[in-house]
Every structure is written in C-alpha cells, then in structure tokens.
Design a protein. Structure first.
Ligand code: ZN
Length: 512
C-alpha cells in the first residue's frame, strides 16, 4: 500500500441519504421531514459505533445548507461550496464537537456563546456534538438552557452510543433517531461492491466472516477489510480472514463441540490443543462455542419444533447440531452456557489462557453430566436424555441383582422401594394395568402425561436390565388403579369395616 492510502471507511463514507447503508427507516423519515419543511431544532442520533451517526449528521448539515436549492433539500448536491466544505469538515457554520474531549461546562459555554451570531455562509449554524453522553452534568444544563429557547438559525445534532446517559430533559427537546445494527446481508452487499470498486478479490465465505465479525457496524467491517487487504495484497479468502481474526473455522468449532459433548475428555483436550496450535485465539474460540450453544438452544426440539433458518451454520453442520440436540437436554445446554459466560472474565484475567481453557473443558464435561435440581429430586438420573455422557458413573447400569416385575403390584413395590416417589404416586393413582408379561406393560393412563411412559421405561430398562415395551391403550378397561385396589381391599377388611360402621360419615382418604 502506498503512503496515500485512504482507509475504506473514509473513502466510502456516505455522502447523501441515498447511500446511507442499512438505515432505511431513518432515511425515509428524515427526507420526508426536510422536503416538507419540518426542521427540528435538535436531533439526537443513537446506535452502536460505525452505523453512520456522524455521517448522517453531516448529510443533514449539507441538506440544511446546500446552495443548489433556496431552501433545505433532502438531496444536497455534494458539489457546491457549502456541501464540499461540510464534507471536508471545514465549514465555518458547521461545528463538530467531540464531547469526549470537551466534557466541561466552560467548553460548552464558549460554544454556546457563539450561538446568538447569525451563520456566515450557510442558512443554519449546525452544532454536531459527537459522543454527547460524555458531557458533564453542568455542560448538559448549559446546553439545556439553549435548547429551551434556540435561536431560529441554530440546529443541534447530538450523536451518542449510550442514550441512557443522556438526561431526559435533553432527550425531550430532541427529535430522536435510532440507527440500527446493519444486517449481515446488507453489509455483505456493501463490502462486495467496495471490493469491486477497489479491484480486489473477496470470496463470499471471507465476506460472510467479515460481515459477521463487524456485528452490525459498517466502519468496523471496513477496517477489517482494510486489514485483510493489507495482509493479503488483495486476495481476501476465507483462510486469510480466519487467520486474521485468529478464529477457528466454524466447521472446526462444530466438530469440537461434538467431541466435547460426547464425553471423551482426552479427545476433547487433544482437539483443543490442535485448534490452539493452529493459531486460534482461545477467547475467540470461547465466543464461537457460545455462539454454538446459543444456536443449539434455539434449534433444540424443546424450543423449536421446525427448523431455524437464520443460523450461521451450513446444512451439514446443522445436522450435527441436531444430532447432539437429540440426546442433550435444554437444561444441560443452559448450564453449559452459564459456565461459558462465567469463564469469559476468567479467560481475560488469566495469564495463561490455555490452562484456563483446558480447565473450562473439564468443567463443561462435568456440568453437561450433572443432573439438575429437579432431576435430582425426581431421582431419575438414568432418565436423562444425555445419559450417554455419563461415562464415569455408568456402573449403576451394570449391577447384577436385577429386579423381576411380574405384575402391577410388583411394579408399585419396586418403585416405592427405589424411592421413585413421583413415578410411584403417578403410577398408583392414574394407571390401570391391563397386562404385564415378557417385558411388555399394557396400560391405560387416566391423566395421559407424555413424560410418564418415557421415564418409566427408562427406569424399567435400567432396573431390570431388559428393554421394555410400554403399550398405552386409548380406551379405559375400567379396572382399578393400585390405590383403588388397596382401598377396596381395606374396606373389605373386617376390622376396617367395623371401624367404618362406628363412624357413619367416615371415608378412606388415603393409605399410608
Ligand atoms: Zn450543495
């Protein structure tokens, strides 16, 4: 690159409303207002960095002062004296103030003192206050006084990345515009167009990576593109952008998560070594793992029955995620997320990221393994969908004293003996057993809880060491549940019968 290289963000800065990237709503509202002569005395533009707040402010200043028309115009010419001076930041009536370096009240007073004088070359005196939230309270108060009674010829344009720090008294005097995060597709189109203008090669995959890394900011995306061009001499492909961002390929991340959640600790650590040795930044990798967890959660069957289409993954990668999702619970994903979030500051503070990352992997594997509190309460440890993650404590499935369940009462007793309180009470009060034989349970469920069959069959398989078939029939055979049976037996007991006779209104409400 030669010494005259202008950074892309400056070279391709939007010069009129039409070329503002991704701010369609703002452009429409603002142009209509200007064309119909409804000019406010104060505007505030808010949005993340690099979305075009200052550019919009300058375009607005041009629109107000362009000489191509005898009144403000939504289509400033860009070539008249005023337009050119404003674009270059050199117009005498258009003041750009960086609030970050002019936070004090004295600065603000100096600026506001000049407000009363009429513009020299333009129609309006325009004050653009960048990073307005940085102003001190006295500075805001001084500004407020002017905003309460602004001279006819003065327009204030405030720009801020943090609107919450701007006092409500100021906000209430400004017309507010929110600049949105520029969508990935819009950024890609813009970057592709610039690549064409610059005669550089930018592959679609590389463009996609840049647009995602830009996170809605045109300026951030363009400075990344600047860097990529400088590093590659103008042949920007996926590999070079990944290297530049110190990021692992998304496919690598998907494979890594697959290994991690398969429960094979040494394989996961080996894979982490490999990614690290290939030059990936581990906090970036953590970010990518969090992205994976976020999308896996969005795609989880417990949340989303259909397909999530706007994820950044290819069809192949989505298949892999779906496969993991079919055996991991939403609960486990949520705990994985929590551990990752907690690790972000840890990674930043740690002098040795690799050590920190390895420990994170081990923690994640244990967390994915652990039952949640409700799961512990239900003691259905083996019923977890992610049971195959339990590599270390799988012994409980291999003990030799297996249960034998021949009838409805056997099942009730076994559930009670193994303290499966919820399954026991559901089974005894809602299930009419039709038949139990050869590991087939045929039954009618009065309540129809879909979870019951799943949990019971997992429990049965585990306790008996056989694969059970649960056959739920849809018509009640009008037989009794275990509780009803016991109640009936009790009522026919001669001792109980005489007790019932003694108390005329007595009723058996429970059997303890
Ligand atoms: Zn002009």
């Amino acid at each position: 690159m030669d010494g005259n290289y202008t950074v892309l963000a400056r070279k391709y800065r939007s010069q009129d409303f039409k070329s503002l990237i991704g701010q369609d709503v703002l452009v429409k509202t603002l142009t209509t207002a200007i064309n119909t002569g409804r000019i406010a005395h104060a505007y505030i533009f808010t949005g993340i960095r690099g979305t075009g707040k200052t550019s919009t402010a300058r375009i607005l200043a041009k629109a107000l002062n362009c000489l191509s028309s005898d009144r403000p115009t939504a289509t400033p010419c860009g070539v008249c004296e005023n337009c050119r001076a404003i674009a270059a930041g050199q117009h005498i009536d258009v003041m750009e103030i960086d609030a970050a370096s002019h936070t004090g009240v004295d600065n603000m007073r100096d600026i506001l003192d000049a407000v009363q004088y009429r513009p020299t070359n333009g129609r309006y005196k325009v004050y653009i206050i960048d990073e307005a939230h940085m102003l001190s309270v006295p500075a805001f108060n001084a500004l407020l006084k002017t905003l309460e009674e602004p001279p006819e010829h003065v327009i204030f344009i405030l720009a801020t990345t943090d609107i919450r720090k701007v006092p409500v008294t100021i906000l209430s005097r400004c017309q507010r515009f929110d600049l949105v995060r520029v969508p990935i597709e819009t950024l890609k189109k813009h970057f592709a167009w610039i690549a064409e203008q610059e005669k550089i090669e930018l592959t679609d995959a590389a463009n996609e990576l840049l647009a995602r890394a830009a996170d809605g900011s045109v300026r951030d995306g363009l400075s990344l593109l600047d860097q990529a061009i400088a590093q590659t001499g103008g042949h920007v492909d996926e590999k070079s952008v990944l290297d530049m961002l110190k990021r692992a390929d998304r496919g690598v991340v998907v494979d890594f998560m697959e290994t991690l959640l398969s429960g094979d600790t040494s394989a996961a650590l080996a894979k982490a070594d490999e990614i690290y040795n290939n030059g990936a930044d581990l906090s970036m990798l953590l970010t990518d793992m969090m992205e994976w967890t976020h999308w896996a959660t969005r795609m989880h069957p417990a949340i989303h029955a259909g397909t999530v289409t706007n994820s950044p993954y290819t069809a192949d990668q989505r298949d892999k995620i779906n496969k993991i999702n079919s055996r991991i619970s939403l609960n486990a994903l949520s705990r994985i997320w929590q551990v990752m979030v907690a690790s972000v500051p840890e990674m930043q503070a740690s002098g040795n990221q690799k050590q920190c990352f390895d420990m994170l992997i081990i923690r994640l594997m244990h967390i994915a393994d652990m039952p949640s509190v409700p799961e512990i309460l239900k003691q259905t440890k083996s019923a977890q969908p992610n049971a195959n993650l339990q590599t270390n404590d799988a012994q409980h499935t291999t003990n030799n004293d297996k249960l034998s369940i021949q009838n409805a009462n056997d099942l009730a007793n076994a559930l009670q003996a193994s303290k499966e309180i919820l399954l026991y009470s559901y089974y005894t009060s809602n299930i009419e057993v039709v038949e139990i034989s050869n590991y087939i349970l045929k039954y009618f469920d009065r309540r129809g809880d879909a979870d019951f069959a799943h949990k019971l069959s997992v429990w049965l398989n585990d306790k008996t060491g056989h694969a059970w078939t649960l056959e739920r029939i849809t018509e009640s055979p009008h037989t009794h549940t275990i509780t009803e049976q016991k109640k009936e037996e009790l009522e026919s007991d001669p001792m109980v019968a005489s007790a019932m006779d003694l108390f005329a209104d007595a009723e058996i409400v429970g059997i303890k």
